[in-house]
Design a protein around this ligand. Structure first.
Ligand code: F6R
Length: 586
């Protein structure tokens, strides 16, 4: 959730660190800081706000020195304050650290260190790493030994970078991402290749349970037992360099607008894995499908697709719920894990639980360098390019496109999803900005929005509600159409807006009846449909497509609506408050 970065080389570290942090801000963004080493001194600057705000205030990028580290924070332990922002220095000021993850036994370690006279400036769990390192370094005067001794005391999951007063950088990885960038005469340490992609495309993906030391003798990697290990340098795909907004005002708008292309490219480079997945599912006794947030909504669509078209039952599981019901996974089953980032801690935990029951893990992932990929027997790549906006948009429709392909294979081609037609339909919807903007202006003042959908359109109603909540901070709720009369109708009055997902499919007439019931209670209705009706106060027209494809296209106008409504409310659509792109904590 936080991002960490380190630089070791001949250039000025500070501007490189600030630039890298700016590109990783999607991971977490309530406070920022960097530390550099100059004249045998460690200098630290940090504060609350986004990278550019803090940099404008404190001129982080002007710190001198050729070695440094930096951090953007997404608060877990301790409020959003300057003191809790990273880097954290050890009591002597001779070691600074940045950390991503959670140190579960920090209270115990803190109490132990306090007994020995160490003091703490922050409420964070991370600060114990700085003082523990100092204690171990003071004991041994050896950096490698102090890293090993420190790691041996930490419980939880972490990636951290530490800078010592002599300029040595050390970094360790345990269940949080950490990548080394290898430049011509410099090194980078980063949570994401975006942190250094402008400087080098040579990367080493640190394995779990490894640590790195960088000093004048170069880079060395060790396992936690202290044995030197060999490493491979990987060429990072240049596609990561696409992570620019270009002419778009926001990443979110750019990513929504890319969908006519991304639905065509979904799974393109991993067609064999799709074929094998189909085969595995055909022969499996039990198939589960899991994800969090948007990815779970895609899993719900899969359930409907597979039962309706392929006559195969798959059971959707919310990843974060599985730890509370681990016995529900039958032995030797299949678990399909869906995750854009491949780093969601809840999804990784669900995978671990399923593996304990000998389940085979197949995954649908966008980031092919992620932890989920390493945990899976088979991987289908979403292939939608980097998604920087915190709210998932294009990754959702890519997930759906892949699930359509799987369902089609399972029903021996009964679906024949016409992605060209879907792509054109999305382009048409995207050309309707002005109407959607107008509705967004009206929604700005509203405090409750309900989204109604039946059958396969219900998971889209849930996804629509998630987008509206995240981007506009308006309370939004997806309702299965038939459930209206079992409770939600009590909420309908003239202050409420209801979005009706009403494509011309088998749910059309029943959903129109629900719309009438709502209208009779005075609520305003936004109809998303290819068929006009007088009942809608606002009609957002979607093109006619094959019945099975409506879920893929009908989410797009709501993504736009949520985006424009965020702008109306002066909310930043790329970085919604309190959220982070990769949720690596449970
Ligand atoms: C919603 C959103 C989140 C993610 C969820 C899972 O817009 O972005 O709900 O979908 O955190 O993330 P991944 O797919 O990376 O596992």
């Amino acid at each position: 959730m936080c991002s960490i970065i380190g630089y070791y080389g001949n250039s000025n570290a500070a501007p490189i660190l600030v630039k890298g942090l700016r590109r990783m801000e999607y991971r977490g963004y309530d406070s920022v800081g960097i530390a550099t080493k100059s004249n045998n001194q460690i200098l630290v600057k940090k504060g609350v706000g986004k990278v550019d705000e803090v940099n404008n205030m404190f001129h982080l990028d002007k710190l001198p020195g050729n070695v440094g580290l930096g951090h953007t924070r997404w608060a877990t332990h301790g409020k959003v304050t300057d003191a809790n922002a990273h880097p954290h220095s050890s009591n002597s000021g001779k070691i600074a650290i940045v950390h991503n993850g959670i140190i579960e036994n920090f209270s115990e370690l803190k109490a132990e260190l306090q007994k020995e006279g160490y003091t703490f400036q922050s409420e964070t769990d991370s600060e114990v790493i700085a003082n523990l390192l100092q204690k171990n370094f003071d004991d041994t005067s050896d950096i490698k030994s102090s890293i090993r001794a420190t790691i041996s005391r930490l419980n939880g999951h972490y990636a951290f970078v530490a800078m010592f007063e002599n300029g040595t950088l050390a970094a360790a990885r345990y269940h949080e991402p950490l990548i080394v960038g290898v430049g011509e005469d410099d090194y980078f340490l980063s949570s994401d290749v975006l942190g250094f992609i402008e400087r080098t495309d040579d990367a080493i993906y640190l394995d779990n349970g490894n640590f790195a030391l960088i000093d004048p003798s170069g880079l060395k990697l060790y396992n936690f037992e202290g044995e030197l290990i060999k490493y491979n340098i990987t060429k990072v795909s240049k596609e990561f360099a696409d992570a620019y907004k270009g002419d778009y005002a926001h990443y979110t708008l750019k990513e929504i607008s890319e969908q006519p292309d991304t639905v065509l490219k979904a799974g393109e480079n991993t067609q064999d894995a799709i074929t094998q997945t189909i085969d595995f599912i055909k022969h499996a006794k039990t198939v589960y499908i899991t994800g969090s947030g948007t990815s779970y909504n895609a899993a719900l669509v899969a359930k409907y697709l597979m039962s309706k078209y392929a006559k195969i039952k798959i059971e959707p599981i919310i990843s974060s719920e599985l730890p509370h019901d681990p016995e529900s996974i039958e032995q030797n089953s299949i678990l399909i894990a869906i995750s854009q980032s491949g780093e969601s801690a809840d999804v990784l935990e669900a995978v671990r639980i399923a593996k304990n029951s000998n389940a085979k893990v197949l995954s649908i992932v966008n980031l092919l360098t992620s932890s989920l990929v390493q945990e899976s027997s088979l991987v289908i790549g979403m292939n939608c390019g980097p998604e920087i906006g915190v709210a998932a948009t294009k990754s959702f429709t890519s997930q759906l496109a892949i699930l359509y392909k799987i369902a089609d294979g399972l029903c021996n081609g009964c679906l024949k999803p016409d992605f060209d037609k879907a792509s054109k339909a999305i382009s048409k919807i995207l050309s309707n900005h002005s109407k959607i903007k107008k509705i967004a202006r009206e929604l700005k003042e509203v405090s409750d929005i309900y989204i109604l959908g039946r059958g396969i359109n219900y998971p889209i109603a849930s996804e629509a509600a998630l987008k509206l909540k995240e981007l506009t901070y308006i309370h939004a709720e997806g309702i299965p159409g038939g459930e209206l009369k079992h409770g939600p109708l009590a909420l309908m009055d003239s202050n409420v807006y209801v979005v009706i997902l009403n494509p011309d499919d088998s749910t059309y007439n029943d959903t129109l009846t629900s719309a009438n019931e709502i209208k009779a209670r005075g609520a305003k209705i936004i109809g998303i449909s290819d068929k006009k009706s007088d009942i809608y106060d606002h009609w957002i027209e979607i093109p006619k497509v094959d019945e099975s494809l409506y879920p893929l296209i009908e989410i797009v106008p709501i993504q736009l609506l949520a985006y424009y409504c965020a702008l109306e409310k002066d909310a930043d659509p790329d970085y919604p408050r309190n959220l982070a792109k990769s949720v690596t904590v449970r």
